[in-house]
Design a protein around this ligand. Structure first.
Ligand code: PMP
Length: 445
């Protein structure tokens, strides 16, 4: 309806054609939330209203917005070489990027496979796990284990191992042979814990029961987010991830950490597995890899895993998997510029100096109406609200909307308000986020 490239103004913008993802499309049109520009910690909407970014976009703009170095790297790379295949040929950028990534990756995860999103990273990781066992002559290992309330993107693999009911129930078919560990959200024992909860290490032992039920020789991999983000910031109880690591190791089951959210400094180290001292066999990432500027994901694996594929005849492709855009030059250029910023500004560990301030700010909201739990780690937090009778998710949505119109971007997962500000955040921003959220919660019935 607009002439080509005309600036969008809300009056002449048709809202019918774009089928918005993960959005209540009909309701959106009543009062659309339309962002137009972004700089540092702030978005500006089409009406010129400033909105502080409490969620790093969608957990991805860890270095804040409007990074000129990324913009320049991208435009230079498009001019120099817009695209090049990485099937049976290559170009230097993804090799350089993989080398740089391995420098900050958990010890031993020294091979990198590129994708374009978190969902693709998850499907790639699951396929590598299955193919790895086959390549080693253990082809009966086909079962996959996820976790209730886990989010692993929207591919069929991801929704199968994922455990958020709404992401699965409309679609019927899923991967066969998948089980789920119990989630670790324990409001009775752990409500209002600061940092990792004390209770619940035993939730990991459910894995032993699944091994008893199916036999280890039939189980390929366990996939979990070290911290579940999308379901509303569900933290691993102390010792839980270590216990999962011990049990998987004992039974030859691969452990996959989905670090699409926790990667790139979110919990105070480059990856959560470093902060919580548990190294998986495979790790998925995306989002913060390019600061959200260009779609890209990366799957990390150890050289031992890759080696298992390397014993066939010469000239035969070892892993029949990849995307047209795997290692895309423009995405790789964006990622390299992003890693430069992270390194120069110390962003991958920066929030260690601020996490207590963030924690105490968040927990100051305890006692407000309907607040039944507050959770935090690193630069992530959630305020868990009680559901209104008969309308689960409605109060959370109202708070999300109220925050937006009061200049704060948060996310609601049902009645849980989740936040993850960019890692450039300062104390004054934290104050603004907490004050706005508190005001909105107070005023929301
Ligand atoms: N895994 C996790 C842990 C995620 O949080 C997400 C996205 N929120 C995904 C996978 C999927 O990523 P994408 O939306 O880029 O496909």
């Amino acid at each position: 309806m607009n002439s080509m490239h005309a600036p969008a103004s809300q009056q002449d913008l048709s809202l019918d054609e774009f089928w918005m993802p993960f959005t209540a499309n009909r309701q959106f049109k009543d009062r659309p939330r339309l962002l137009e520009s972004a700089e540092g910690m702030y978005y500006t909407d089409v009406e010129g209203r400033q909105v502080i970014d409490g969620t790093s976009g969608l957990w991805c703009c860890n270095a804040g917005h409007g990074r000129k170095e990324i913009a320049e790297a991208v435009s230079k790379q498009i001019a120099k070489m817009d695209f090049a295949p990485t099937f049976q040929m290559g170009h230097p950028l993804p090799f350089q990027l993989a080398e740089r990534l391995v420098e900050i990756a958990p010890e031993g995860l020294n091979r990198v496979f590129f994708t374009n999103s978190g969902s693709e990273s998850v499907d790639t990781a699951l396929k590598i796990a299955l193919a790895y066992h086959r390549a080693r002559g253990e082809g009966t290992r086909t079962r996959l284990i996820g976790r209730e309330l886990g989010y692993h993107g929207v591919g069929f693999g991801g929704i199968s191992v994922g455990g958020m009911v709404n992401n699965r129930k409309a679609f019927g078919v899923q991967l066969p042979g998948v089980d789920h560990l119990p989630h670790t959200l324990d409001l009775e024992r752990n409500a209002f814990t600061r940092g990792l909860p004390k209770h619940g290490v035993e939730y990991a032992d459910h894995l032993e029961r699944l091994v008893n039920l199916h036999g280890a020789e039939n189980i390929a991999a366990v996939i979990v987010e070290p911290m579940s983000g999308s379901a509303g910031v569900i933290l691993p109880p102390q010792g839980y991830l270590k216990r999962l690591r011990e049990i998987t190791e004992k039974h030859g089951i691969l452990l996959i950490f989905d670090e699409v959210i926790t990667g790139f400094g979110r919990v105070g180290s480059p990856f959560a597995s470093q902060r919580w001292e548990v190294t998986p066999d495979i790790m998925t990432t995306a989002k913060g890899l390019t600061n959200g500027a260009i779609p890209m994901g990366a799957v990390f694996a150890s050289d031992q895993i890759q080696d298992a594929f390397m014993h066939g005849p010469d000239g035969i492709i070892e892993l029949f998997h990849g995307y047209t855009y795997s290692g895309h030059p423009v995405a790789a250029a964006a990622a390299l510029a992003t890693l430069d910023i992270y390194a120069r500004d110390g962003l991958l560990t920066r929030i260690r100096d601020l996490e207590i301030y963030w924690q105490e700010g968040l927990h100051s909201l305890q006692g407000l109406p309907n607040v039944i739990d507050i959770r935090n780690t690193g630069m992530v937090g959630a305020v868990h609200l009680a559901s209104r009778d008969g309308a689960p998710g409605k109060r959370g949505y109202d708070v999300f909307e109220g925050c937006f119109w009061n200049g704060l971007m948060v996310r609601n997962s049902g009645d849980i308000i989740a936040m993850a500000p960019p890692l450039i955040v300062e104390k004054s921003h934290i104050d603004q986020i907490i004050n706005t959220l508190g005001d909105v919660i107070r005023r929301t019935p």
